[in-house]
Write a protein that binds this ligand. Sequence first.
Ligand code: 13P
Length: 344
Amino acid sequence: MGLLELTPVAQDLASTARMMMQAGKGILAMDESNPTANRRFAKLGIPETVDARRAWRELILTTPGLGEHISSAILYDETIRQTASDGTAFLMLLAKAGIIAGIKVDAGAKDLAAHPGEKVTEGLDRLRERLAEYRQMGARFAKWRAVIAIGKGIPSRGCLEANAHGLARYAGLCQEAGLVPIVEPEVLMDGDHTLERCAEVTEAALRSVFAQLYEQRVLLEGMILKPNMVLSGADCPVQAGVEEVADTTVKVLLRAVPAAVPGIAFLSGGQSAEMASVRLNAMNVRWRDKAPWALTFSFSRAIQQPAMELWKGDASQAAAAQRLLYQRATANGMARRGAYQPPA
Ligand code: 13P
């Protein structure tokens, strides 16, 4: 076997990663932790209960045609164990729709000691055992999110390194368990920083992540990167245009992400659903033929939010909410091809 030939286990990981990145499709993030799901429900007056969360996730997973534009869905520990109201396991609904199941495994971003305003993601304790259980249940990939804030004097080197190390340790354990790791270093859009500052921080964060992935012997062919788009801070008075965002984002990625990575699936991070689609579309229109990796989506809010705002916990709105969800999935499936036409 040649030095760089993949073992059968590595080939399996690489082939799952390629399936997740298949043409015209992307990833649906529906892995909000209970506190995050409850926070989004509370804003819309939806009860913060296990039943309401189950009803919402059932609505998503029974959306007709969901698998046309969604290759994979990221679940949460509560959701991966749940069943629909007729007793069908959620995992079975996914399998029927031809959607690959994955699971969020981090334990959340906590304050980083001695680094005011900065976070580090926890969850490595007992991760090996948890991954084995999820794999046995049917998950084929996992997700871990690190959070990097931009502000006065931050991010610090200590924060970038701690988060990159956590991501790499997690990714190594995933591959050992036969799961494709989604590696998510999210540089937040909160703040009044410029596009240039976001580009600089995103490049630094990605370089730390790939250095650590290398040290931990993570197989690049068997992972997916989930980064932020490079954006002007939400409170920056000058907001970069769509093409500038698309070009800056891809140029930063070209500098920092090895070509062996099969795909890049962006988070939406609080952008409006429409802007997330338009920006992803511009990246594919302008770069698809030049970039070495697939450029697709792994959105939560930018797919779910419009439908959730219509549903608001009211069963009589479920079908209409599913149509909105399908519309966002379709828009992003088209954006992944560079063929999205925004409504006039
Ligand atoms: P958003 O698309 O809402 O940023 O969520 C993606 C995600 O999974 C964050 O971890």
